[in-house]
Structures are given as C-alpha cells and as structure tokens.
Design a protein around this ligand. Structure first.
Ligand SMILES: Cc1cc2nc3c(=O)[nH]c(=O)nc-3n(C[C@H](O)[C@H](O)[C@H](O)COP(=O)(O)OP(=O)(O)OC[C@H]3O[C@@H](n4cnc5c(N)ncnc54)[C@H](O)[C@@H]3O)c2cc1C
Length: 453
C-alpha cells in the first residue's frame, strides 16, 4: 500500500521486491501474489525483448497432469535421470531435485489457477530427453509465452510494476530503494535480472572460448543483478556454463530450433561432409559448427521434416525470413546452397543407408529417423551464445548463499542470475534447462517465502 511521509515522496511497503520481469521474475511475482504476498516487480527495460521473449518458449514439466492425460509415462525422477546422464557431474545438485519436482506444480498453477494458454506439446522431441515432456503456448514460442505472463501480471492490481530503475540498498531490516518518484521497501528481494551473455567483459573472463562469439540473447542480460548479489557477499557457481545454439542462422536474427536432427536432419560443411553426431543437442553443437570453414554449416532435411515443424515458431520465422532453400534434387540443392555436390550426394547416400539399417555411422549417431528424400530443404547455420548458465549459488528454494554457504538473509534468486541446472561449457546444457530452472526455482521461492514472510 502506498504511504506518504510528511513532505516526502510516496513510500510503498511490500513483502517482496523483484528485480527483473522475465521468466523467473514474472513467475515469481504471480506465485508470490497467489500466496497473498505484496509484490513490487521492477524492470527498467520493461518494453525491450528479454530472453523469455526471444526463447523458443519450451520447458519440460515431467509428470504434469497434461502429459499424463496424453498417455506419456514420465516423472520428475525420470527427467533427473536424463539430466544426469546428459550432463554428468556438471549437474547443480543444490537445485536439481527441487526444480524437477516443482515443474509439474508450476504447470498445474498455469492451467488450473491462472487459466494460462499453456499446454503439453506431444510432438516436440528433443535430444537428451527420453520422453516428450515439453510444454508451451501453441504454437510454441517465447514471445507468446512472454505475452501470456505479461497479461496475467497486468490483471493483478496487487502486483505493483515499476518500469524504472531502482537503486536498491540492503539495510539491516531489509531492502529499500527509490526510482526518483517513490520509495519502496521490503524485507525480501528476488534477483531475477538474467545472465551475463550481453556483458562481453564477463563472457571473456568466464567463458573465454566464446569471447567475441555471435550472441543471440537479450540486450540487457548484463549481469547487473548478479553483481548486486556479489556485492552483498554471494557465492558464484558454474560460471563457464552456457547455452549455445548450433542452429542459429548467420547474423543471429533467426534460428531453426532444435528438432531437425531428432527428426532425421543432418549437418554438412562446405565439402558436403558431416562432421559431428548432430543429435548431441543444440547447445553442444555450437562449438562444432563454429569450428567449420567460415564458422558455418548447412542443415539439410526434407519436406516431410519441414511439414512436422508447423508448430515450431523459431523455424517458421526462419522460413519467413527466407533462410531456407528448397530443391527437388540434391545437385540443385548443392548449387543453391553453395556446397560440393558430389560430397553432399555421397553423404546423403551414406546417411540413408544407415537409416535403413544397412550401415553404421562412423560418427556414432544411433538414430536417423527417416530416409531423406526430395524435395530437399537446407539452411546455413552458425554457433551462437544464447544464455549463460553460471550465477549466484542458491539452495533448492532460491535462497542465495554466501561464501560459507549461509543464506544472505532476505536475498533470493532464480533464472539466469542464479546458478543453472547444469553445464560446463556448452555441453551440459540439456534443452529446456533455462526455463525449467527459471520457473521451478521461482515457484519454490514463492512457496518458501510465503512461510517465511
Ligand atoms: C535464443 C534463445 C532461445 C532460448 N530457448 C529456450 C527454450 O526454448 N527453452 C528454455 O528452457 N530456455 C530457452 N532459452 C533460455 C531462456 O530464455 C532463459 O533461461 C530464461 O529466459 C531466463 O529467465 P530470466 O528471467 O533469468 O531472464 P529474462 O527472461 O531475460 O528476464 C530478465 C529480465 O530482467 C531485466 N533486468 C535486467 N537487469 C535488471 C536490473 N538491474 N534490474 C531490474 N531488471 C533487470 C531484463 O530487462 C529482463 O526483462 C533461450 C534463450 C535464448 C537467448
């Protein structure tokens, strides 16, 4: 409730101030509001696309009611098993279990409590996931997911939105700040300003292999809320981990999405030759693609696969941006794309033999979903840095830890600002980890805070 000190600016008291209105901040605000907490949601870049809006919008919720209704047997434990098999010892065990178990609850919150247009997507397959378990808007896309959450926030007058910067101070009693027009204070703060992908100095320091690499994430992921946590004594974890994107069209404006290899597509270099098991995941693919001549590779698939991408917003945007070439036969495709025709012809013959069980793949790929046949499609891709995974170390409820592992009282974090679920370099990032952590940890924070505040 806004108060006014005699002669002074308006003073508003809240239970929680959230810095950052992205995936973590908005879910945190909605969940805390649902638990009866008074929330101030601060974002000085309110009208600029954040990572949630840029993202593919796909998040796993293993064991959700909708997934079970669709007949898919899954559970938080099976997802955890997949995560550990994929990411090995880079899993952040401080949060993995609690995030896995939070996600079906988040989905239930979206559908039963908020009536949000978010659904289970039975046709989205992904490397590293043993089940179909992605959820999103239909068609899947970060922009529509972002828009849905913004509408839910706007409909709740008790969530106070502040689209201006707030200089926040940590006091013995909590946190206080001013945006120049009014003062706000609260006993708790949630740091949710995203990762540091847009901060070239930090990228060079923590992820030297991606120094100067194409960055296709949000402009304001500059690590500012992470730095605030550090200034209060927070411990950092996993700073070299990042979400790479090996299906990014050159220039970074569009991308193909992660599904094409799982549906049977391949990647070749300018000689028309494959160079990697394409199904290692979009993040791990990025350094492989960057290592090819010109830092690019050609993603090759066919009309049958393209038809299965009708619900994939990222691919549809790339298509509309004329990033995809089509051809009835392989020589025409090679000529249009500018790769060696004989090399591509031989590669496709080999791949189709493997798909028919007549040969094995020298690169170790086990699964080729189909025999590729004309009409063919292809699109040039490069590797990009999408989102960093290192950040403030928290417990499974999002409480920020200091160097000795103690909670910095009143300080919570989730999303890119907090340490992610897994990842060393690009290899440990399992698709969906970003939003899974953002939503899961923010949800847990709200439940824990409701019993603390
Ligand atoms: C190209 C791309 C594709 C992706 N696809 C997927 C996907 O399909 N599935 C998935 O799980 N993940 C995906 N991700 C990752 C996902 O987008 C992020 O993990 C997620 O958005 C992180 O949420 P966040 O709230 O931390 O950050 P954001 O969603 O970026 O929100 C952070 C907000 O904080 C604000 N902010 C910044 N500094 C401050 C400050 N000092 N004070 C107040 N506010 C501040 C920003 O303006 C922004 O609105 C993708 C990312 C990219 C770039």
């Amino acid at each position: 409730m806004p108060l006014r000190k005699a002669g002074g600016p308006a003073l508003a008291e809240f239970d929680l101030i959230i810095l950052g209105a992205g995936a973590a901040g908005m879910l945190g605000a909605l969940a805390a509001h649902q638990r009866g907490l008074r929330v101030c949601l601060v974002d000085p870049h309110w009208d600029v696309a954040n990572n949630l809006a840029i993202s593919g919008g796909l998040f796993p919720a293993a064991g959700s009611v909708l997934q079970a209704q669709a007949g898919v047997h899954d559970s938080p434990q099976i997802w955890l098993d997949d995560l550990r098999a994929f990411a090995g010892d880079s899993v952040n065990e401080s949060i993995a279990h609690s995030v896995a178990h939070a996600l079906p609850e988040v989905m239930d919150f979206f559908t039963s409590r908020l009536n949000a247009p978010i659904d289970f997507l039975p046709d989205v397959v992904s490397p590293g996931h043993s089940r179909c378990r992605f959820h999103s808007t239909k068609p899947a896309g970060g922009r529509s997911l972002h828009e849905s959450l913004r509408q839910l926030i706007a409909a709740r007058s008790n969530i106070q939105v502040c689209p201006r910067p707030i200089g926040l101070e940590r006091l013995t009693t909590g946190f206080a700040g001013s945006d120049g027009q009014s003062q706000v204070q609260a006993p708790h703060v949630m740091l949710a300003g995203g990762g540091f992908g847009a901060n070239p100095d930090w990228v060079a320091q923590h992820i030297p292999a991606m120094r100067g690499a194409l960055y296709n994430g949000a402009a304001h992921s500059d690590g500012s809320t992470m730095a605030l946590g550090v200034s209060w004594g927070a411990q950092l974890w996993g700073m070299d981990g990042f979400q790479g994107q090996g299906h990014t069209n050159p220039g970074g404006r569009t991308r193909l999405g992660m599904a094409i290899p799982t549906m049977g597509g391949i990647l070749v270099n300018r000689s028309g030759l494959r160079f990697v098991r394409e199904d290692i995941g979009p993040s791990a693919l990025a350094p492989w693609v960057m290592a090819q001549a010109g830092g690019q590779a050609l993603e090759v698939f066919d009309a049958h696969i393209a038809a299965g991408l009708a619900q994939h917003s990222a691919y549809q945007e790339a298509w509309r941006a004329s990033q995809v070439v089509t051809a009835e036969d392989v020589p025409t495709l090679a000529a249009k794309a500018g790769v060696d025709a004989q090399g591509l012809q031989d590669t496709l013959a080999q791949v189709n033999a493997i798909a028919q069980g007549l040969a094995t793949d020298a690169l170790g790929r086990q699964h080729f979903a189909r025999v590729l046949s004309g009409p063919f499609l292809a699109s040039w891709v490069t590797g990009a840095l999408s989102h960093t995974q290192g950040g403030l170390l928290t417990d499974g409820d999002g409480r920020v830890r200091d160097a000795k592992g103690r909670w910095i009282h009143g300080v919570w974090a989730a999303g890119g600002c907090a340490a992610g679920l897994s990842g060393r370099g690009a290899h440990g990032y399992l698709p969906g980890n970003g939003l899974a952590q953002s939503f899961g940890l923010a949800w847990r924070m709200a439940q824990a805070l409701a019993t603390t505040a």
